[in-house]
Ligand binder design. Structure first.
Ligand SMILES: [Zn+2]
Length: 271
């Protein structure tokens, strides 16, 4: 399940939805990002962390509150947690926990740890925040759109962008919160890519990329999807919007997410 490894970064990719869990190791700390999915996958990540941490401090970072991204929290519950203030204050914690339990029940899964909503120690509330922990410097940006409580994290000195559920090469934008906010967040990625020397962009699902042109392509494809779907809806051409998701590998399974988007767009456009 290790999709990528270098001196500082290890990406574990789940068999489910190509979901990425990331571990960043420096001389001083181990940072674990969205450790997830199947019980044995979370165990593998947990064992990896505890085998390699030695004297180092361990931190957990959550990109947003979707249940698939926080379900591994209980396996690391004694470490410090970084997430947005909005995630900390999420009003739907119980329903997110219920989604994890429903998922586990439906596949007869048992876990060796307790399912809990993350207890956030370091919360990111400003539009932009910097934070230094040990030998890592974090640059955080609020990233609402997909959900309300997402953050983008730039990690230096490695030039890593942790994108959360944006800029996937396997999914079109899944918009649960707001398409305007989603577009604003995409603009932030544009300026981040210009402003920093980015070596690697890691999305929540799908393939990471080291290629600046590919990063820009993913941004513009996301923008195009949103603008084109909205335009077609305004022209009363809903059926044609389905053509826009045909190019993805799993269009049948993804149709329901496109349908959620259509419902949200229509509400936003007052159609
Ligand atoms: Zn996700």
């Amino acid at each position: 399940m290790i999709q990528y490894k270098d001196n500082h970064i290890t990406i574990f990719q789940s068999a489910l939805y190509q979901t990425n869990s990331v571990i960043i190791e420096t001389d001083k700390l181990v940072l674990v990002i969205d450790p997830t999915w199947l019980p044995n996958e979370v165990n593998t990540i947990q064992n990896y962390v505890y085998k390699n941490k030695k004297h180092k401090d361990v931190y957990l970072l959550f990109t947003h509150s979707d249940f698939d991204h926080i379900l591994g929290y209980g396996a690391f519950s004694h470490v410090k947690v970084i997430a947005s203030q909005k995630l900390k204050d999420n009003p739907d914690k119980q329903s997110i926990i219920n989604s994890i339990k429903d998922f586990d029940d439906s596949y007869y899964l048992t876990r060796e740890y307790e399912i809990k909503f993350p207890n956030v120690d370091i919360s990111i509330s400003k539009e932009y925040e910097e934070l230094e922990i040990g030998d890592i410097k974090f640059y955080f940006y609020q990233a609402p759109g997909h959900t309300e409580d997402g953050i983008i994290t730039v990690i230096e000195p490695f030039g890593i962008v942790i994108a959360g559920d944006y800029l996937s090469n396997v999914e079109f934008p899944y918009i649960y919160h707001s398409s305007d906010d989603y577009l604003t967040t995409l603009k932030k990625f544009e300026s981040i890519i210009k402003e920093y020397d980015i070596n690697i962009l890691i999305p929540g699902h799908g393939e990471f990329t080291n290629d600046n042109t590919e990063m820009k392509k993913r941004i513009s494809e996301s923008i195009d999807y949103i603008l084109q779907v909205k335009q077609l809806l305004l022209e009363d051409k809903q059926e044609e919007t389905y053509d826009l998701i045909k190019k993805y590998n799993y269009p049948k399974a993804m149709k329901k997410f496109h349908d959620y988007n259509l419902t949200l767009f229509k509400k936003e456009l007052a159609l």
